[in-house]
Design a protein around this ligand. Structure first.
Ligand code: SAM
Length: 249
């Protein structure tokens, strides 16, 4: 049999949001390399006799850890073991899943992709914020909030999109909000941060872009930052238990 790796999306945290296929493969896995955002409840759904290898990355060590991940995946797959690369959400949404897939293929290793429920789509929905809504939002974009030197995001490109979903945007939230206002969005536009979506610790903070730009909103990562008129719909769709900075919601 050809060496093979399953590239699996673990969803946003709630183990009930694992796909049926992901759960089935996890039950038969021999080796599981998992990322920081994979919840312990999801890992509990896997074969308890599997070898669990933590592959989370911290600032400054990303490339070294990535090389280690490639070596582990390659070695275990070549030994004929059932190898799972398990990533939070969907592996191909800001998860470097495509890069890992390409490298493994270059090494002659087959990859089977098992998509996951991405936090970008699911977490706002769970919080009662639909990304599209007739008459309110006809478009959305998912953008990284990481700023990395020369690949700095040009926020003017996204200013006209109805709903913006920003991942990894907590630490840069004030700068992002200022850039969006400078690009033409209203300071009164409602925005939400949903921390630890789909877990028992989920918390939603509602504010305006202006309040975020002024540094008046406290949020802890991981959180999905969503901005646009759809945020107002939460009041209609969900019971409201917003944090203090909140708009009347
Ligand atoms: C490196 S990206 C990975 C995204 C992942 N591949 C996905 O599809 O959800 C990590 C970012 O996703 C968001 N995120 C992931 N899981 C989350 C959750 N359960 N609640 C809130 N935000 C989450 C946060 O913005 C976090 O900084």
């Amino acid at each position: 049999m050809n060496p093979k790796v399953y590239l699996i999306g673990a969803g946003p945290g709630d183990p009930d949001l694992l796909t049926v296929k992901a759960r089935r493969i996890l039950r038969s896995a021999d080796v599981i390399l998992y990322d920081r955002l994979v919840s312990s409840e999801v890992l509990a759904a896997a074969n308890p006799r599997a070898e669990f290898l933590y592959a989370g990355k911290h600032a400054g060590e990303q490339e070294a850890v990535q090389q280690w991940i490639f070596e582990q995946l390659t070695e275990h797959a070549r030994r004929g073991r059932v190898v799972v690369r398990l990533k939070g959400g969907d592996p191909c949404v800001f998860g470097r899943g495509g890069e890992e897939w390409a490298t493994l293929r270059e090494r002659g290793i087959e990859v089977e992709m098992v998509p996951g429920v991405s936090s970008a789509i699911a977490v706002p929905g769970l919080a009662g914020i639909p990304l599209t809504y007739r008459g309110v939002s006809r478009s959305f974009a998912v953008i990284t909030g990481h700023c990395c030197g020369e690949t700095e995001t040009d926020w003017t490109r996204y200013a006209g999109i109805d709903t913006l979903i920003i991942l990894m945007g907590v630490s840069e939230r004030a700068r992002i909000a200022r850039a969006l206002i400078a690009a033409g969005r209203s300071a009164a536009e409602p925005a939400a941060f949903i921390e630890r979506g789909s877990t028992p610790d989920e918390r939603t903070v509602i504010a305006t872009l202006g309040e975020i730009a002024a540094g008046r909103v406290n949020v802890e990562p991981p959180a999905v930052f969503v901005t646009g008129e759809v945020v107002r719909l939460r009041q209609r769709l969900h019971d409201c238990s917003c944090a203090p900075v909140a708009l009347a919601c």
